[in-house]
Design a protein around this ligand. Structure first.
Ligand code: HEM
Ligand SMILES: *[C@@H]1O[C@H](CO)[C@@H](O)[C@H](O)[C@H]1NC(C)=O
Ligand SMILES: CC(=O)N[C@H]1CO[C@H](CO)[C@@H](O)[C@@H]1O
Length: 328
């Protein structure tokens, strides 16, 4: 190879590596030397918890999403509030952060720390990433390798949540804007939204679509009318605020591409779900993943790897917590 060839090769590599800079320290098998069995230790704990309750699946996945979108994937969402600090998890947007997600991480951390060489060597942020990978594959979703090497963050406040999480009333532009701020494309956003193929929602998150959509049009016209009446039956006005329903009414316990098939039928639960099909700028992606589970899985694996790189802490920006719910 001549000098010109070498120069252009280096230039090309530079272009390829540039976008990865902030997360260049993440890699697969990061703990191979310090805690070689960490992935199987986590998987065993997650399997036990999964066998106890299916809620482990959605609870863990949503916890990772909220962690990464608020101050980066740094386990800031796991910190408990104290007398002096109202932590991230106590922001009202956390309401369906079911306790089982937190419990999964705490139990996995205890199992890791029971192995002397592993004790306090694996970050809570990485445990959450591994546990999420495991619940997804256990519920029928894709299996994938995870990048590790995140540190745990040094701050967590309820105020930091403000404006960082998407709202169920969001339209396509609002969704794209927020995801882009986290380095994610529209394609990534659509793939990650399919996490709503498992889990629950409280009635108040979509009540506007079935009771008070607009003047003269109480029901959102993009909502399937049969589905709308089912939703009104389960969620009457003034319903008990703790009532929650499956977000995927067809296969609520399988991490599959049914989410997209539902959108084709007007059965997306939130405006932010249904808009992916009603807006022509995202419809073709929804159509193709409704047709191909494989194509969806490939896109999801790529997108969740990118999600895991958001705002990763390194060096003096973080540490490895001894207790995932408290700063050292
Ligand atoms: C695209 C914008 C998104 C919006 C507007 C949104 C909004 C919501 C809302 C309102 C709920 C119900 C919360 C409740 O009733 O308390 C929910 C649940 C859930 N979300 Fe999202 N979400 C979005 C994206 C995501 C992403 C990217 C993921 C993960 C990759 C995710 C995973 C989940 C899961 C698993 C649940 C069920 C939680 C449970 O059952 O405990 N969501 N989401
Ligand atoms: C509404 O949903 C039902 C299945 O629950 C389906 O048969 C019907 O085609 C859907 N309607 C529309 C307009 O998509
Ligand atoms: C699981 C969890 O931490 N839930 C908290 C969410 O925030 C509300 C207050 O907004 C708390 O009461 C919950 O305990």
């Amino acid at each position: 190879m001549g000098n010109l060839g070498l120069a252009s090769l280096l230039f090309f590599l530079g272009i390829c590596l540039l976008p990865q800079l902030g997360s260049a320290q993440l890699r697969q098998n990061y703990y191979a030397n310090v805690c070689p069995n960490v992935e199987s230790i986590v998987r065993n704990v997650v399997k036990t918890k999964f066998d106890e309750t299916f809620v482990t699946v959605p609870a863990t996945i949503r916890l990772l999403f909220h962690d990464c979108f608020v101050q980066g994937c740094d386990a800031s969402v796991l910190i408990a509030s104290t007398a002096n600090n109202r932590a991230e998890k106590d922001h009202p947007d956390n309401l369906s952060l079911a306790g089982d997600g937190f419990d999964t991480v705490v139990k996995a951390k205890a199992a890791i720390d029971a192995v002397p060489r592993c004790r306090n060597r694996v970050s809570c942020a990485d445990i959450l990433v591994m546990a999420t990978r495991d619940v997804i594959s256990m519920s029928g979703g894709p299996s994938y390798a995870v990048e590790l090497g995140r540190l745990d963050g040094l701050s967590s406040t309820a105020d930091s949540v403000e404006g960082r999480l998407p709202q169920p009333e969001f339209d396509l532009v609002q969704l794209n804007t927020l995801f882009a701020a986290n380095g994610l494309t529209q394609t990534d956003m659509i793939a990650l939204s399919a996490a709503h193929t498992v889990g629950f929602s409280h009635c108040n998150k979509f009540a506007n679509r079935i009771y008070s959509f607009s003047a003269g049009n109480p029901v959102d016209p993009t909502l399937n009318t049969t589905y709308a009446s089912q939703l009104r039956a389960i969620c009457p006005q003034n319903v008990d605020p703790t009532v929650a329903i499956n977000m995927d009414p067809v296969s609520p316990r399988i991490f599959d591409n049914q989410y997209f098939l539902n959108l084709l039928q007007g059965m997306g639960l939130f405006t932010s779900d249904q808009v992916l099909f009603t807006d022509s700028r995202s419809r073709s992606t929804v159509n193709s993943w409704a047709q191909s589970s494989f194509a969806f899985q490939q896109a999801f694996v790529a997108a969740i790897a990118k999600l895991g790189r958001v705002g990763v802490k390194t060096g003096s920006g973080g540490n490895i917590r001894q207790d995932c719910a408290a700063f050292n």
